[in-house]
Write a protein that binds this ligand. Structure first.
Ligand code: MN
Length: 424
């Protein structure tokens, strides 16, 4: 299933006039519309290979149809998203779920759809068939050195696959931790984990980055060995300049001030990547911007402020990824919504008048500071984001095309109604 450029243009045609009016209005009311559009056009969000099929909860999984059956079909699905929104130009793979049998062919196929390979993700949170040693009691933290070595070897294997695909980063998320007090020695668990990460770090090519992702709880519920940004930063600082902290929005305790975390990590030059999702209670992995869009905007506000302060490139100097799970929605529709939410928050944050905000902060004019932020947040930037898509041959209304061209129905016809995305 592919949607050709001419088909997108045909779908755009009836709504083009209304879009042009809306765009003309916002272009005349904001001072830097053209500059924002150029930034939006350059911005790309990586789609995780594991989010293309139905996820599940620990209670049940209600599979949809037409899910990708292999890596090739996952790439095709992301190619479809990218054709529609022009902002999903990268894929983030998960090993061993996505081991490429022929990396050169996979690389060529991705290039055909304009996709590059974002961070590689290792997996030591579950046992694979035939795996000699179990991760039931952790991987890099494990009390048994052979189990730790197995986890190290796996991560190095993931780096090697990544090299063949043209990726330049490795994300390490560990489920390691404990479920009960007394189960493990915190310091020994930390030290084991650190020395394992050091071994993996040594295998990184010169131009690679390592992202150390933290998570407050789950699947372990008493302690997590990389439990928060402080612990992640500790590892990243000890590892070296190629190691960074990765922030996943859902991996915090309730009401954590994520925008402040982002700001300080950027100040330290240690923010490496981002996993977008949204949540109400825990690591809910819901559609980006579906619950707390204002928080998403505030995070982007700090991202831009912090990146600009260090002269960083918005598009390339951080890894931008979605990490979500779809239980009740069509995964591809959900991803279109998530990317749209990210682009909107980015555009709104680009509208913030930073000179005036700094002045208000200096004068302790709290009311004005809030007004400046909310002025940007309350601006309807949808025509700016749509214009950016349009200029790159994308859809004015990606979801509408997805539905009216009956993408899912076609995918079910091609792949069947009981296909299961690998790894899920
Ligand atoms: Mn994540």
């Amino acid at each position: 299933m592919e949607i050709e450029k001419y088909q997108i243009a045909e779908y755009n045609d009836p709504v083009l006039n209304a879009h042009q009016k809306a765009f003309a209005y916002i272009a005349s009311t904001v001072p830097n519309a053209e500059a924002i559009i150029e930034k939006l056009r350059a911005f790309q969000v990586a789609i995780p290979s594991w989010a293309l099929g139905t996820g599940g909860t620990r209670f049940a999984r209600f599979a949809g149809g037409g899910e990708p059956r292999n890596l090739e079909e996952k790439i095709m699905d992301i190619g479809l998203l990218h054709a529609l929104n022009r902002s999903s130009g990268a894929i983030s793979l998960h090993i061993p779920w996505d081991i490429p049998s022929n990396p050169a062919n996979i690389r060529a196929l991705a290039a055909q759809y304009g996709l590059s390979f974002d961070a590689m993700n290792s997996n030591t949170f579950q046992d694979q068939p035939g795996q000699p040693l179990s991760y039931k009691y952790g991987s890099l933290q494990h009390t048994d050195s052979a189990t730790r070595q197995q986890a190290i070897d796996h991560n190095i294997e993931v780096i090697n696959y990544g090299i063949e695909l043209g990726s330049t980063s490795l994300t390490v998320w560990l489920a390691d931790g404990s479920c009960f007090p007394g189960q493990l020695n915190f310091r020994k668990a930390f030290q084991n984990t650190l020395s394992g990460l050091q071994e993996i770090y040594k295998a990184l090519p010169e131009n690679w980055k390592m992202f150390v992702e933290y998570k407050a709880f789950e699947p372990n519920f008493y302690s997590t060995t990389v439990g928060d940004w402080g612990q992640s930063l500790l590892y990243a600082n000890k590892l070296g300049e190629k190691a960074y902290t990765l922030v996943d929005l859902g991996h915090h305790l309730p009401n954590a001030n994520i925008e402040q975390i982002v700001s300080l990590l950027l100040m330290e030059g240690k923010l490496g990547g981002f996993h977008f999702n949204d949540s109400k209670y825990g690591d809910d992995d819901l559609t980006v911007g579906s619950i707390k869009p204002y928080q998403l905007f505030l995070i982007f506000n700090e991202l831009i402020d912090g990146m600009d302060a260090r002269g960083m490139e918005h598009t390339t100097d951080l890894g931008w990824m979605i990490d979500a799970s779809h239980n009740v929605k069509d995964p591809l529709e959900d991803l279109l919504q998530s990317v749209e939410a990210i682009m909107l928050a980015y555009a709104q944050a680009l509208l913030v008048d930073r000179r005036q905000l700094a002045e208000a902060q200096k004068l302790n004019d709290v009311v004005r500071a809030q007004e400046i932020l909310q002025q940007a947040y309350r601006t309807d930037v949808r025509p700016l984001v749509a214009e950016a898509r349009l200029r790159d041959g994308g859809a004015l209304m990606p979801l509408c095309i997805f539905r009216s061209s009956e993408v899912r129905k076609n995918l079910i016809r091609e792949r069947g109604s009981v296909s299961v995305a690998t790894g899920l």
